[in-house]
Design a protein around this ligand. Structure first.
Ligand code: NAD
Ligand code: IPM
Ligand code: MN
Length: 359
């Protein structure tokens, strides 16, 4: 098949991990006979430096015309002055809003070979398989903001329609998994959370086959550490989802491992690892590319409908996590390129096996 992919490497380790993910997509294209074209555009601090804008109009237009968008990370100390008039993160938020990608899927699994890296005891980590569905285009991130010399506000606003579409997506996804949705809110305090919870309760009636559980976010932060293997799909609002998924990454062993897919109504999606620009290791060639590579696998699955290719990439990553090489954040000594090359080789082996099977 033909597909046009826009890449937004961004800042810090963003270009390093995006290059690895693009290499994987190129190998997939070559081995499975697809024609993927790539167009690299600016976002974040790199775009501010080049044009003054965190999301230049040309970059946005390219993303809107693409089949899928693959992003690295934005931000870093250079642009982090709290009084700066423009910030890299604004570009990412504007992109998510413009693409209408309201459902951010963040899958979490704990690979047995990495369980010892987690601060949790191994028995707690057995069979952890959670799909976080984070609302991505509403809440405090997008509410009205004010700032004066002595005060600031960030409005948190949700409409029923915004809650309903992401919650329905979570229920649909649960049907293809273990039929269990946990909705996380702060309904004991926040009005937006009470709207959220009553919407979930109404929608749940349309999915009698799916078990529904409600948790308050403070308690959920604790439960994720004490019984992470009792969750299937976890749906929550934008800010809670941001925080809980970084916490969840500690269970997997490193923030560098987790991918994400941001989806709206159509097939076009935005794919990015959940980590940031990692300024502490940027430019040293040691960033773990697996979160970005697994994001490319999600791109193959959700935007291009290439399930076999997505599975081949995931199996290749599984093999590398099992046998190495491992980057530093997961206890090894390998650099980004060495991990990338091991994944590329394993993808090739997957393709050979598939070809042999069909002969
Ligand atoms: P971060 O995710 O960049 O880093 C947190 C820690 O995780 C650091 O110690 C870092 O070295 C490590 N880490 C992250 N990715 C890694 C990888 N691939 N391999 C190995 N180790 C990795 O979070 P931060 O330091 O709080 O934020 C830095 C900047 O990134 C901020 O400007 C923030 O706004 C931005 N950010 C961007 C995104 C995004 O673009 N999607 C996401 C999160 C943070
Ligand atoms: C993420 C990041 C972003 C967010 C920032 C960089 C805007 O932390 O993708 O998790 O908070 O959504
Ligand atoms: Mn985050």
């Amino acid at each position: 098949m033909k597909a046009h992919i826009v890449t937004l490497p961004g800042d810090g380790v963003g270009p390093e991990v995006t290059a690895a993910a693009v290499a994987v997509l190129k190998t997939v294209a070559a081995r499975y006979e697809h024609a993927f074209t790539f167009d690299e555009q600016l976002i974040g601090g790199a775009a501010i430096d080049a044009s003054g804008e965190p999301l230049p109009a040309a970059a946005l237009a390219a993303c809107q015309a693409a089949d899928a968008v693959l992003l690295g990370a934005v931000g870093g100390p250079k642009w982090s002055d709290p009084n700066a008039p423009v910030r890299p993160e604004q570009g990412l938020l504007a992109l998510r809003a413009a693409l209408g990608v309201y459902a951010n899927l963040r899958p979490l699994q704990v690979h047995p070979a990495l369980a010892s890296l987690s601060p949790l005891k191994n028995d707690r980590l057995r069979n952890v398989d959670v799909l976080f569905v984070r609302e991505l285009t509403g809440g405090t991130y997008f509410g009205a903001k004010t700032r004066s010399a002595d005060a600031a506000t960030d409005e948190c606003r949700y409409t029923v329609a915004e809650v309903e579409r992401v919650v329905r997506r979570a229920f649909e996804l649960a049907r293809g998994r273990r039929q269990h949705v946990t909705s996380v809110d702060k309904a004991n305090v926040l009005e937006t959370s009470r709207l959220w919870r009553s919407t979930v309760q109404r929608i749940a009636a349309d999915y009698p086959d799916v078990k529904v559980e409600h948790q308050l976010v403070d308690s959920m932060a604790m439960l994720l550490l004490t019984r992470p293997n009792s969750y299937d799909v976890v749906v929550t609002e934008n800010l809670f989802g941001d925080i809980l998924t970084d916490e969840a990454a500690a269970l997997a062993g490193s923030l560098g491992l987790l991918p994400s897919a941001s989806l709206g109504e159509g097939r076009r999606g935005l794919y990015e690892p959940i980590h940031g620009s990692a300024p502490d290791i940027a430019g040293t060639g040691v960033a773990n590319p697996i979160g970005a590579i697994l994001s490319a696998a999600l791109l193959l699955r959700h935007s291009l409908g290439l399930e076999a290719e997505a599975t081949a990439v995931e199996s290749a990553v599984e093999q590398v996590l099992r046998y190495g090489p491992h980057s530093r954040d997961i206890g090894g000594h390998a650099g980004t390129d060495e991990v990338r090359d091991a994944v590329l080789e394993a993808v090739g082996e997957q393709a050979d096996t598939a070809a042999a099977f069909f002969c």
